[in-house]
Design a protein. Structure first.
Length: 710
């Protein structure tokens, strides 16, 4: 079969100097941007000035988008493996050859095992309509996003309490009086608009209580930093709830109207006094009382951040859930400076985008990850990806033989890549669709290079919020290499698999026209500004009568029937982490402001910021082990050991050591990142199947490592 030539927007290479409104692709936030183009080259990137919340500045990673595009160390054409998996032996292939190769393998697998033997995972986000449609068209229910390695605990906490997803709330930092953050290092693990909002709030006089075993940039901007013992935030929250209920400073009117289960809550925190929590968290009882007096004065303009990636342990779900319970007690919902519910097109009296997936017949099969039948308390939408890999390893409930890692690097994004490779070794076909030589791509059978975000358009997306909007990522420039956009890759594969009718679009504009049917919005309008707002002004509901919590009762449910049915308590007792001494430390990790996970470690500009990732250790513990600042140590767990440089600092809790994520890359083709520093995921030996049973999130911060001076 022959394929069309590279799908460029007509004339992108020859147009006179102009600006294109689009979306950043250097992290999953997808900030609105303006791309200035001259002689067919992108010469300048900045925030889209049409979006006032954005402003014109990008973060360092966003600004380094031109370097990604200009990077020769990314895949330049399809590649088919010619040696053993992971050996780095490849042969170049044309698109026809690579796609035919994949299709032949898929046909064989479907003939023997059915479509369900194929799985696809991606990074989640607003464009998944296409990837989900593709895998469904192949007859498989096995789509998972990456979220069980990210915000899934917070998502499920929010779902079981509010009936709303993690991102269905808008935190109004700008107008808040008190912002409480649990390891939400929002000034480094950042999103541009959120940073601007937060800084505006602080400028307006908000207080910020920042809770983290580590001192971060956010800790430095906060009015209070609690250097909490790792994995004890739940004890802290139970005590805050205890104190709030005991002193009666909660919003009684809001609670009477909207909260179910307050008596059960009261009973569950009966003994959780400020003194009780101090033994676990290290936070003095008096400080907690002072804090509660402050939030009582600041209510309802108080925000307890429900967490994102915080504290990946086995009770993270309850940390997030108790944070939202505190928002309910403060009456912070749907008030200025509080927690507002995100509004969709329907709330604005408008129609949303038409879905591609609605064209594809539903697949009546159990999911391999068990979500929806074995794990009924979890959201089937994104599934739980580590359970998919467990199914891959065991062929239980059935074999998975082909797997697409699309815009997802599980060998970086999950604990213990060597264990995960054992799952991959069961596959007959592993395809990576990426813009980089990711760790997973290097282990794949076929690499399909996607065009970078500046070189392609995506399907349209909707952002819910106070002003819902339709957003466009438009193609700014022609692809530098022989790469293709997602929509084209999936369409071409679908055509080869005999299910092309679901993807009968010739151009991205055809898809956009389909998506926009009935919305009253046009492609031309979107191109003019980069987005079209579906409401003129922020939509705020009537807080006593107009809130839509999507729980069975329509209220905030402190006791969730879905959890009870799954045998999981809604109000669990706190389980203290084991005490750590001698050479044993809890391994914590996080992001710097200048890198996105492992995906930008080889970026020509961003790679310059860090020569390696040292191990941060508290002076007390270091002295006891004879370790001085700058010393080399061996860090180990199980059969894996790594050498690291120690940074001795009381900016980390004595129980823990801390390292940045995104280092220790093993792909030789990434010469700027290769072998630099150590990968935290490699130290998480034996942790691939450890997860929070209530929330489903990977329990990465249950990892205990040993450190010895070299
Ligand atoms: N040990 C450990 N594990 C972690 C974390 C940690 O700190 N430590 N962090 C966790 C968190 S919060 C998250 S969100 C995940 C993130 O991990 P992933 O979900 O894997 O996401 P990313 O690293 O953002 O990107 C995944 C891949 O997408 C590729 N990519 C980027 N842009 C494009 C594009 O336009 N098209 C295509 N096709 N590919 C693209 C990147 O090169 C990368 O290989 O990891 C989680 N796992
Ligand atoms: N620059 C940059 N920004 C990003 C990203 C990126 O890769 N780079 N990724 C985006 C994504 S996908 C995500 S999920 C977010 C992540 O946003 P965050 O979750 O804010 O980011 P992390 O860097 O993982 O920081 C986690 C913090 O939690 C602390 N911590 C560890 N254990 C505990 C504990 O038990 N209790 C408390 N209270 N704190 C604890 C760690 O010390 C660390 O400072 O960032 C987003 N923004
Ligand atoms: S936060 Fe930075 S990297 Fe992420 S989308 Fe926005 S500008 Fe790009
Ligand atoms: Mo994340």
């Amino acid at each position: 079969m022959t394929t069309a030539i590279a799908p460029n927007v007509a004339g992108v290479a020859t147009a006179p100097p102009h600006s294109v409104f689009s979306m950043c692709g250097m992290c999953a936030t997808r900030c609105p941007i303006r791309v200035d183009v001259k002689d067919g080259r992108a010469i300048w990137l900045q925030g889209n000035p049409n979006d006032k919340a954005m402003g014109e500045a990008l973060c360092a990673r966003g600004a380094a988008g031109l370097a990604l595009e200009g990077d020769d160390e990314r895949p330049q054409q399809p590649m088919i493996r010619s040696g053993p998996r992971g050996s780095g032996q490849w042969r170049r292939a044309s698109w026809d050859e690579a796609l035919d190769y994949i299709a032949a393998s898929l046909k064989d697998i479907i003939a023997r095992q059915g479509g369900r033997a194929i799985a696809l995972t991606d990074r989640g986000g607003p464009f998944t309509d296409l990837s989900k449609s593709f895998i469904r068209a192949l007859g498989s229910p096995n789509y998972c996003d990456h979220d069980s390695s990210c915000g899934r605990n917070a998502h499920h906490a929010s779902k079981t309490l509010l009936g709303l997803g993690r991102t269905d709330v808008v935190l109004d930092y700008k107008n808040a009086r008190h912002i409480v953050l649990y390891g939400r290092n929002l000034l480094e693990a950042l999103q541009v608009k959120e940073v601007r909002n937060f800084m505006a709030g602080m400028k307006n006089g908000a207080r910020c209580t920042y809770i983290d075993p580590r001192v971060t940039v956010t800790a430095n901007k906060a009015t209070r930093h609690w250097q909490i013992r790792p994995n004890t935030d739940y004890a802290l929250n139970l005590a805050i709830i205890h104190e709030v209920l005991k002193t009666g400073v909660y919003d009684k009117e809001f609670v009477a109207r909207w909260v179910e289960g307050i008596d059960a809550l009261r009973a569950s925190v009966k003994d959780c006094t400020p003194e009780w929590q101090a033994q676990f968290t290290g936070i003095a009882a008096d400080e907690l009382r002072t804090f509660v007096a402050e939030i009582a004065a600041d209510a309802p303009r108080v925000i307890f951040h429900p967490g994102w990636m915080v504290a990946r342990h086995k009770q993270s779900f309850y940390v997030a859930r108790s944070a939202h319970i505190l928002n309910a007690l403060m009456g912070s919902f749907e008030v200025e400076g509080g927690v507002l519910l995100a509004k969709g097109p329907g709330d604005a009296g408008r129609k949303g985008l038409k879905k591609l997936i609605d064209r594809v017949p539903k697949v009546d099969e159990k999911r391999a990850d068990g979500v929806g039948w074995k794990y009924k308390h979890w959201d089937a939408g994104g599934g739980i990806v580590h359970r998919l890999y467990a199914a891959m390893a065991t062929a239980d409930p059935y074999p998975i033989e082909a797997y697409f890692a699309y815009r997802h690097d599980p060998l970086t994004a999950l604990s213990d890549p060597e264990a995960l490779k054992k799952s991959f070794d069961k596959l007959k076909l592993l395809v990576a669709i990426d813009v980089n030589y990711s760790e997973t791509a290097w282990y794949a059978d076929v690499i399909l290079p996607e065009t970078t975000y500046l070189e392609r358009a995506n399907i349209l997306s909707v952002s819910n919020g106070l002003k819902p909007a339709i957003n466009m990522r438009d193609q700014a420039i022609a692809p530098r290499f022989d790469s293709r956009p997602e929509w084209w890759i999936f369409r071409e594969l679908a055509r080869r698999m005999g299910v092309g009718e679901y993807f009968d679009f010739e151009t991205i504009e055809d898809i956009w026209e389909y998506q926009l049917e009935g919305t009253g919005v046009t492609v031309a309008q979107l191109r003019e500004k980069g987005f079209v707002a579906l409401a003129d002004k922020p939509i705020i509901a009537d807080r006593m009568n107009g809130l839509k919590f999507k729980t069975p009762s329509g209220k905030i449910e402190i006791v969730s029937a879905a959890l009870t049915e799954a045998g999981i308590p809604s109000l669990a007792p706190f389980v203290p982490p084991e005490p750590l001494a001698g050479d044993r430390f809890r391994l914590l990790f996080g992001r710097p402001g200048t890198l996105t996970h492992g995906q930008s470690s080889n970026n020509p500009l961003l790679a310059e910021f860090f020569p390696d990732n040292p191990l941060m250790m508290h002076p007390q513990r270091a002295t006891a082990l004879g370790i001085a600042d700058g010393d080399k140590v061996e860090v180990s767990k199980g059969d894996y050991a790594a050498q690291m440089r120690v940074e001795v600092s009381d900016w980390i809790h004595p129980d823990a050591v801390f390292m940045l994520h995104g280092f220790g890359r093993t792909v030789p083709r990434q010469s700027r990142a290769y072998g630099k520093g150590v990968a935290d995921q490699r130290l998480q030996v034996g942790m691939l199947n450890e997860f929070d049973p209530a929330g489903g999130g990977s329990a990465m911060t249950e990892t205990i490592v040993q450190v010895r001076k070299l």
